[in-house]
Design a protein around this ligand. Structure first.
Ligand SMILES: NC(=O)c1ccc[n+]([C@@H]2O[C@H](COP(=O)([O-])OP(=O)(O)OC[C@H]3O[C@@H](n4cnc5c(N)ncnc54)[C@H](OP(=O)(O)O)[C@@H]3O)[C@@H](O)[C@H]2O)c1
Length: 132
């Protein structure tokens, strides 16, 4: 919770005064499909078996930051989204996964470079929009 949620809140609060001066600021919260309430509660979800309480709860909390920030920043040029990179071969996954780090970076970078007026307040992953 400290790293995945409180850390993101603290960094966002520190950066917001600068982001508000920018013409087109983008906030990308690096989330996980494991933080979806749907994937934790619907047995039909392919992620249902991943019972990582601390990790999943921290990403659900991060998604709440996205939703609340989006409401707070409505009408500004700042877009904020939660992005799940997919299952990526990194230290976090003991280098298991379907994607290389470069492939996993694609979606977060895409959302960092959104056009003006593009989506905000969404939760997305490699398969598109993800249920909260
Ligand atoms: N890999 C996946 O399949 C996957 C899937 C969904 C979401 N994600 C998300 O993607 C993000 C990046 O994960 P990753 O897979 O790239 O993992 P990673 O290779 O293990 O990298 C995690 C990074 O976070 C840093 N970190 C950890 N605790 C920290 C702390 N308390 N303060 C500052 N930095 C800290 C680590 O720093 P040090 O190296 O210095 O320890 C490391 O650079 C995470 O938010 C993760 O939840 C990953």
């Amino acid at each position: 919770m400290e790293t995945n949620f409180i850390g993101a809140v603290a960094v966002t609060q520190a950066m917001l005064p600068l982001l508000k001066k920018s013409k087109a600021a983008r906030i990308v919260n690096l989330s996980s499909t494991l933080g979806s309430l749907w994937s934790n509660s619907d047995p039909a979800s392919p992620y249902y078996s991943q019972r990582l309480l601390g990790y999943n709860a921290s990403k659900a909390a991060l998604n709440m930051l996205t939703a609340q920030l989006n409401a707070e920043l409505r009408g500004t040029s700042i877009a904020v989204n939660s992005v799940s990179p997919g299952f990526v071969k990194t230290d976090l996954t003991d280098h298991r996964g379907f994607m290389t780090p470069a492939e996993g970076a694609r979606l977060p970078v895409q959302y960092a470079l959104l056009e003006d007026g593009a989506v905000s307040g969404k939760f997305v992953g490699p398969d598109g929009e993800t249920p909260w």
